[in-house]
Ligand binder design. Structure first.
Ligand code: SIN
Ligand code: FE2
Length: 217
């Protein structure tokens, strides 16, 4: 069981924290790539801008999303699904940058989690202060054999790590700029979410971004 004091500001802080048997938090693993990742997001969103998708229930998501890779996650009144084209432009999603695939490969290797293959879909989330993501499972993918690889950038957030049922207890996990969280195997369908993001102290950080790579097909 992970406890809050593992996150104390202490040079002996472990770089790798196991949340459960097949869920691993790599603290700061993406820090060396963070500026380049943010630049990549800026390039991708010139072609596939952030938008607030409508849930099947008819509400606009507080999180703004877009995608890159062969498949992108979309939501509308018909439901959630993966699409090879951006419904706003009818064009293919921008390619997943080689740097992202390389980072995913390294993170999976370091985490020791098993994987059925490289990600082919990447959801990019942008959280303005106040935006949140309610508890959900990532279950629109056809292949659950690869871990979810989730990179946090910008403003910090509190991640909710639940169980296999929505009603299960949730642990709160602080996620900071550069952290990489992976969950696969027996933990692949865990419920998870993000608490409303707090206003940043640093004026240059207006948003939290999350890059979530998945193997969808
Ligand atoms: C997600 O579950 O799609 C995103 C999680 C996060 O923003 O950390
Ligand atoms: Fe998710």
């Amino acid at each position: 069981m992970m406890t809050a004091d593992l996150f104390a500001d202490d040079p002996s802080q472990p770089a790798q924290l196991r949340l459960s048997s097949e869920a691993v938090l790599l603290k700061g693993f993406a820090l060396p790539d963070a500026d380049a990742l943010l630049n990549d997001i800026a390039t991708i969103t010139q072609r596939a801008p952030f938008r607030h998708m409508i849930t099947p229930g008819g509400k606009a998501m507080s999180v703004a999303t877009t995608s890159c890779g062969e498949l992108g996650w979309v939501s509308d009144s018909r439901g959630y699904r993966y699409s090879s084209t951006d419904p706003q432009s009818d064009l293919p999603w921008p390619a997943m940058p080689a740097r992202w695939l390389d980072l995913a490969e390294r993170a999976v290797r370091v985490s020791g989690l098993s994987s059925s293959g490289a990600p082919d879909a990447c959801l990019i989330n942008r959280y303005a202060p106040g935006a949140r993501l309610s508890l959900h499972q990532d279950r629109d993918e056809r292949d659950f054999g690869a871990p979810i690889i989730s990179i946090s950038l910008g403003l910090p957030a509190v991640f909710l790590w639940g169980g296999d049922k929505r009603s299960d207890h949730t642990q709160t996990i602080p996620l900071a700029h550069g952290d990489v969280l992976l969950w696969g195997g027996v933990d692949r369908l865990r419920f998870h979410g993000v608490r409303p993001v707090a206003q940043g102290a640093l004026s240059e950080r207006e948003f939290r971004f999350n890059i979530t790579m998945r193997k969808a097909a």
